[in-house]
Write a new protein. Structure first.
Length: 182
């Protein structure tokens, strides 16, 4: 059987189990016609969900260190799709710090660009739905929330993982496809 016992407090069992088979030599194949529906959640709920997911990725790296070795046939996919996402906040912090060492006028230009970027994420919180500017600010806010969640996910090294698991509340959605699935 490919099913293996899942370590207690594993946050991403849906990642742990396929990797168990993968590292035993099996292929992971996704069903191309499978459909998933992501219900809308509040920003607060979405942040908690992302913290749990990012913390789970840190945990998966601890459980499967071979993800970063040549033993991993999909190392490039893992690095680009998951691992670099965990490193990104640290890279952006280094960019911010190193910006102060740039000569003028580059220092002001680079710091102003960073300030505008992060300000756009804050402005998005104040914009009502339907405002055209939200098409620009919403992806920025989503990106910044992911950065914060990745940093907050480091808690998995200091608190029991079960404390990071909270039920996500979703808003009621009236969608014809989803209604037929119920």
């Amino acid at each position: 059987s490919l099913a293996v016992p899942i370590p207690e407090d594993t946050l991403l069992d849906d990642v742990y189990l396929p990797l168990a088979g993968f590292f035993r030599g099996y292929r992971i194949i996704l069903e191309p016609s499978a459909k998933a529906f992501d219900y809308p959640t509040s920003l607060h709920s979405e942040f908690r969900r992302k913290v749990r997911t990012q913390a789970g990725l840190y945990q998966i790296l601890r459980l499967y260190p071979q993800l970063l070795t040549s033993e991993n046939r999909m190392r490039l996919h893992f690095l680009s799709g998951k691992f670099f996402r965990l490193l990104l906040p640290f890279v952006l912090i280094l960019i911010l710090i190193s910006s102060f060492g740039l000569p003028e006028p580059w220092r002001k230009l680079v710091l102003a660009a960073q300030l505008i970027f992060y300000a756009a994420a804050l402005v998005d919180l104040l914009l009502p739905e339907g405002v055209r500017l939200k098409k620009l600010t919403s992806p920025v806010r989503t990106f910044v929330v992911l950065l914060g969640a990745s940093l907050a996910g480091l808690k998995v090294f200091f608190v029991p993982p079960r404390k990071l698991w909270k039920e996500t509340t979703v808003r009621k959605v009236d969608h014809p496809v989803i209604s037929r699935l119920k």
